[in-house]
Design a protein around this ligand. Structure first.
Ligand code: RB5
Length: 149
C-alpha cells in the first residue's frame, strides 16, 4: 500500500522509525517531511501535505506524528475526505478502519513507545472498512456533515 507519512519537529524521530518499519512491511512510503527535528514546523502544514496526498490519490492511507497526535488529528479532520484519529492502541486502530473508515492514523511521539507505535501502524494498515450497512449508513452521515460545512 502507498502510505503518506508526515511529522512536525515533535514527531520527527518516531516518523523516521516508522518509515523503516513500513518499508520492512512492504509498503511504499511517501515521506512528506519534516526532514529534521531541527526544522521548525507547524503540524497543520504537515497535516495538509499528508491529507492532500490522500485527496489526490498519491497514497491510500496516511500517518501523522506530532508530540501528542492531537494537533495533527484536529488539523487533518478539517480536510474533505479525511477521517483521522489518535490511536495509541491496536483495538482503536483496527476498529477505526473497520467501522469508521479512518484513513489517517495520528500518533504522539511524546506519548507512545516506538514498538507499540509500530504494532499500531501494522494493525491500522492491515484493517479494511467492513462495508457493513450500519457502518456505511454512519459514514454517509459523516460525509453529509462534511458537505454541510
Ligand atoms: C509541538 O510542540 C506540539 O505542540 C505538537 O507536536 C503537537 O503535540 C500538537 O498537538
Amino acid at each position: 500500500m502507498k502510505v503518506a507519512l508526515g511529522a512536525d519537529h515533535g514527531g520527527f524521530r518516531l516518523k523516521q522509525a516508522l518509515a523503516e518499519h513500513l518499508k520492512a512491511l512492504g509498503h511504499e512510503v511517501l515521506d512528506l517531511g519534516v526532514h529534521s527535528s531541527e526544522e521548525p514546523s507547524d503540524y497543520p502544514d504537515i497535516a495538509l501535505a499528508v491529507g492532500r496526498a490522500l485527496q489526490e490519490g498519491r497514497a491510500q492511507r496516511g500517518i501523522l506524528v506530532c508530540g501528542s497526535g492531537v494537533g495533527a488529528s484536529v488539523a487533518a479532520n478539517k480536510l474533505r475526505g479525511i477521517r483521522a484519529a489518535v490511536c495509541h492502541d491496536t483495538f482503536s486502530a483496527r476498529q477505526g478502519v473497520e467501522d469508521d473508515d479512518m484513513n489517517i492514523l495520528c500518533l504522539g511521539q511524546r506519548v507512545v513507545g516506538t514498538e507499540l507505535a509500530k504494532e499500531v501502524v501494522r494493525v491500522f494498515l492491515e484493517a479494511r472498512f467492513s462495508e457493513e450497512e450500519r457502518h456505511r449508513r454512519r459514514l454517509r452521515k459523516v460525509l453529509a456533515l462534511e458537505r454541510r460545512t
